[in-house]
Design a protein around this ligand. Structure first.
Ligand code: NAD
Ligand code: MG
Length: 393
């Protein structure tokens, strides 16, 4: 029996994870669940999966959850706050941690899981983007296992040899081909992007996701974060990572080898496939995802990314090249700008303007410690908030 903690259980990835777990009660048991504020959903999940512990974001949310659970006679212990999140991610009673909190808020508990040597299913790409080398060092030092959930990285993971040791050259890898759908604005007139609404930006053609990552897909910052994620997961320099636009999202990514072979993972766009893959690795389990029918799809299309239409992609490559705390600066500015866009305080094109200004007007340094990364994150948030306030005034 694998005992699982899900950080971010009420989100899109959290719900898909519970869907897969419910299909295999003989293999998996839920140890703990977390949610930020969606207490009713979390209470329903506790009723179904009976975890030992549930963690929420505030004392008020904890009181509401405890009441709901008492009324239903459910004996899950209720806690709140970051220390409790770190504890359910590192406790001896759990083997596997699904890291599915969105944004920088997921860094501390995901790192706690790494330091406790857990099997980590990593969806929370922002945590790895921010802390890169420090996170990978913690995984190695404490014997943790890191399995990618992001569909592209899971596809790359499946397309590499099982013995792969973060050395592309050693494995004969010539390129990592990261596919991107291009999001909802791939073909829209660039001049009209100034005025698109949050709902238009969140209407992804292929994937159902949380609102933050949906906006990231519309700006293609998501692909930029994924380039940085791939760099750390697979030990590949930026020059070996190529973004390929593939609007159907059937090929989830590819690895090109020196002998001319290209290995890809294909499937229907449904996150339950990478989740099931990582949960059961190296075995295979059913995920609930239907079989791919290529004849129904007919044609697969590919094109080069347009860095003028999608300046966020260029900014992410720039942050990766700069190294140190530059990716933390990029990520924090993006989180602030996306939240302001979703609150309708700034326009869609202001997102890349805010990030570019934060990156070019602030210094970054060595990512020598998690404290240094968190200090950079805080400085970038302050700078981005000031710029947003200036635009929104
Ligand atoms: P979501 O918004 O649907 O869910 C986020 C979860 O995090 C929720 O359970 C929420 O309660 C929790 N949360 C939010 N803010 C928090 C905070 N400050 N402290 C603690 N918990 C908090 O997001 P999602 O789409 O499920 O994405 C989760 C992560 O997975 C993101 O990092 C995203 O980039 C990554 N990811 C998602 C998908 C997808 O298909 N949804 C695909 C690839 C990667
Ligand atoms: Mg992805």
């Amino acid at each position: 029996m694998q005992r699982i903690t899900i950080l971010g259980a009420t989100g899109s990835i959290g719900v898909s994870t519970l869907d897969v777990l419910a299909r295999h009660p003989d293999k998996y048991e839920v140890y703990a669940l977390s949610a930020h504020g969606r207490v009713d959903e979390l209470a329903a999940q506790c009723a179904q999966f009976r975890p030992a512990r549930a963690v929420v974001g505030s004392a008020d949310a904890a009181a509401r959850l405890a009441l709901l659970l008492r009324e239903r006679g459910i004996k899950t212990d209720v806690e709140y706050g970051e220390a409790a999140l770190c504890d359910i991610a590192s406790h001896s009673q759990t083997d596997t941690v699904m890291a599915a909190i969105v944004g920088a808020a997921g860094l501390a508990p995901t790192l706690a899981a790494a330091r406790a040597g857990k099997k980590i299913l990593l969806a929370n790409k922002e945590a790895l983007v921010m802390s890169g080398q420090l996170f990978m060092d913690a995984v190695q030092e404490h014997g943790a296992t890191l399995l990618p959930i992001d569909s592209e990285h899971n596809a790359i993971f499946q397309s590499l040899p099982q013995s792969y040791a973060r050395s592309p050259r050693g494995a004969g890898v010539s390129k990592i081909l990261l596919t991107a759908s291009g999001g909802p604005f791939l073909k829209r007139d660039v001049a009209t992007l100034e005025h698109v609404t949050p709902d238009e930006a969140c209407k992804h053609p292929n994937w159902e996701m949380g609102r933050k990552i949906s906006v990231d897909s519309a700006t293609m910052m998501n692909k930029g974060l994924e380039v940085i994620e791939a760099h750390w997961l697979f030990g590949a320099p930026a020059s070996l990572i190529e973004v390929v636009i593939h609007p159907q999202s059937v090929i989830h990514s590819m690895v090109s080898y020196v002998d001319g072979s290209v290995i890809a993972e294909l499937g229907n766009p449904d996150m339950r496939t990478p989740i099931a893959n990582a949960l059961a690795f190296p075995d295979r389990i059913e995920s609930g995802v239907g079989q791919l029918d290529l004849t129904a799809i007919g044609t697969l299309h590919f094109e080069k990314p347009d860095f003028v239409r999608f300046p966020c992609l260029a900014l992410a490559f720039e942050a990766l090249q700069a190294g140190g705390t530059a990716p933390a600066l990029l990520n924090a500015a993006n989180e602030v700008a996306v939240a302001a866009f979703l609150d309708r305080r700034i326009g869609f094109r202001d997102i890349d303007r805010v990030i570019a200004r934060v990156m070019h007007e602030n210094e970054h340094g060595a990512a020598s410690s998690i404290d240094a990364v968190m200090a950079q994150d805080a400085r970038a948030r302050r700078a981005a908030t000031a710029i947003v306030d200036g635009i929104a005034r």
